[in-house]
Structures are given as C-alpha cells and as structure tokens.
Design a binder for this molecule. Structure first.
Ligand code: FES
Ligand code: FES
Length: 159
C-alpha cells in the first residue's frame, strides 16, 4: 500500500506493508537518528513527533502516519543552527554515548511545547519513558530546564 506523509517538512510518498512500523519506514528512508532499542514501546529511543506529539515509532504503524507530519531529530535544528534543546544538551554535557539522545530531544520538544515553564519534577516525570543507561538523568533534567528558559527568552517571554 502507498501512503503520503511529510517527513521533516518534506512531502513524501512511499510504499509500506500493512504491518510495517513507522520506525522501519523512517530508517529505510535514511533517518538514522531514529534508533532501535526494545521494539516494544518501553525504552523511548525510537521517539519521533507525529503531528507534533511524541510517539514511540516502534509501536506506531507506518500506516498511522498517512496524511500526517512526522518530525525526527534530523528535523529539529541543524548542525549550523541547533535548536535550544540541542544547545542546552551540549552545554550541559548531558549526552554520553548519545544513543538515547535523539529520542530525548524529540520528547523534550513535545514536552516543552506543551509546558514551556516546567518544574524539575515535571521534567523528571516526562523523561520516565526514555531510558538512558549512561547519565543518571541529572544532566538531562538540567539541560531541559535550561532549554525551557532559552525557549521562553526566544519567544519574548522571559517569565
Ligand atoms: S525501540 Fe521503541 S520504545 Fe524501545
Ligand atoms: S547517553 Fe548513553 S544511553 Fe543515554
């Protein structure tokens, strides 16, 4: 079957099988920022945005993306123009091996769009579904709180 979708702002048409997952589609199309971990919706490394909301792409059928918009980490900032979330993660040294980082960036993007001025507890709660084997989360929490401040400043609301 053929579906139409937008990936990182670019309209695409692609053939899928009825049982194909969004994770497989995206990696087949070259979006290797989307990582494979548990394949069961438990680790969050495959997180992408579907119409702006974070989903685990390993348990989302590719067919569910028909006529919708998908954003992967490749669509959030560029190497020359990082998104504030990416800047903050770098500045705080939050990524170690980095395997969980693309998913956490996508998760944080959705979370901060919904909650631009979160508490530390809310950030910790949001990160519950994104496992990181390396960092103990403290630096990610600090980075996301910092990113929230940077984004509020950019939007003209310094709180
Ligand atoms: S690979 Fe999707 S949640 Fe683990
Ligand atoms: S930085 Fe290695 S799994 Fe998170």
């Amino acid at each position: 079957m053929k579906i139409k979708l937008t990936i990182n702002g670019v309209p695409r048409e692609t053939e899928i099988t009825p049982d194909e997952k969004l994770l497989g589609l995206l990696r087949r199309e070259g979006y290797f920022g989307v990582k494979f971990g548990c394949g069961r919706g438990e680790c969050g490394v495959c997180t992408v945005l579907l119409d702006g909301r974070a989903v685990n792409s390993c348990i989302t059928f590719a067919a569910q993306a028909h006529n919708r918009s998908v954003t992967t980490v490749e669509g959030i900032g560029t190497p020359d123009n990082l998104h504030p979330i990416q800047e903050a993660i770098l500045d705080h040294g939050a990524a170690q091996c980095g395997y969980c980082t693309p998913g956490i960036i996508c998760l944080a993007r959705d979370f901060l769009d919904e909650n631009p001025d979160p508490t530390e507890e809310q950030v910790r709660d949001a990160l519950k579904g994104n496992l990181c084997r390396c960092t103990g989360y403290q630096k990610y929490v600090e980075a996301i709180l910092d990113a929230a401040g940077r984004m509020r400043k950019l939007s003209g609301d310094s709180g």
